[in-house]
Design a binder for this molecule. Structure first.
Ligand code: GLP
Length: 262
């Protein structure tokens, strides 16, 4: 795993935006894995800027969302499909239909079938080339809460109180935050060819340190990144506050050969 400590969110956005632009230049038909929440926003802003400047095009690219709330109207501004449409698609040149999220409208057995269909769609697209990830303060990735199987696939999950409280800032009240979600599983996420996890702010420091330097454990879903051959963790200084090996990460990145990329 590579850990990169950057000065601030904007520097993280530029670094990861550059990696995505490089990928799309190498492979215009690349498949991106998109995360929501506040963390990936600097990356999306950087990609919008690069697209406007003609540095990158998404004309042949495709993308899959990590997760989605269950029970929100599809046009609810906090539905993740609406979030990605607003924060990324509106500012870059994805063709229509190129960005997909899990269909969470069915209920019962049909919802389970819809989760399987989502897995199939990702597989049929050739798998995800670069998966963006944030991290919850409880160590979750996507909406895989602590205790999620490290082999899990796309499925229905129940949010912890901690996650509902963390996400309540996006809603009018805690009661409005859905209890249920559909998320790609940890096993699904691990099949992406490159994982890029971002974390900003001191409130993420403990979770990211456990994920990177603690034991691999279902109770810390993000620790599954340790099992991946190409995982990059990009943090700002406050989020790096609890690393034991921070100096080593800094020195490694400072002396990295330029040709290596992320
Ligand atoms: C949400 C999302 C995650 C995200 C995390 C952190 O619940 N499902 O994909 O990484 O929580 O959110 P934020 O980036 O706003 O801190």
């Amino acid at each position: 795993m590579e850990v990169v400590i950057v000065a601030d969110r904007q520097a993280a956005g530029e670094l990861v935006g550059q990696a995505i632009a490089d990928l799309l230049r190498r492979r215009p038909e690349a498949v991106l894995g998109l995360a929501t929440g506040s963390t990936p926003l600097p990356v999306y802003a950087d990609l919008a800027r690069r697209c406007a400047a003609g540095e990158v095009t998404f004309a042949e690219a495709r993308a899959f969302l990590l997760d989605e709330y269950v029970g929100l109207p599809a046009d609810h501004p906090e539905a993740y499909r609406a979030f990605i449409a607003r924060e990324l698609e509106a500012h870059v040149d994805f063709p229509s239909g190129a960005v997909q999220g899990p269909d969470v409208r069915p209920t019962g057995a049909d919802l389970l079938a819809s989760c399987d269909d989502y897995e199939d769609a990702i597989r049929l697209a050739g798998g995800v080339d670069l998966q963006l990830l944030g991290i919850g303060t409880d160590g979750h990735i996507g909406f895989n809460e602590p205790g999620s199987s490290l082999a899990s696939r796309t499925r229905l999950k129940t949010l912890t109180d901690q996650t509902r409280q963390d996400n309540a800032r996006f809603f009018r009240s805690l009661d409005e935050v859905p209890r249920h979600v559909v998320t790609q599983g940890i096993g699904t996420i691990l099949q992406a060819r490159h994982l890029v996890l971002l974390a900003f702010g001191g409130e993420k420091a403990a979770a990211v340190a456990r994920a990177v330097e603690g034991p691999v454990a279902a109770m810390v879903p993000a620790s599954a990144l340790q099992l991946h051959p190409h995982a990059t963790v990009v943090v700002d200084e406050p989020a790096a506050g609890k690393f034991r090996q921070a100096d080593y990460y800094r020195e490694t990145f400072a002396h990295k050969p330029g040709w290596q990329g992320l």
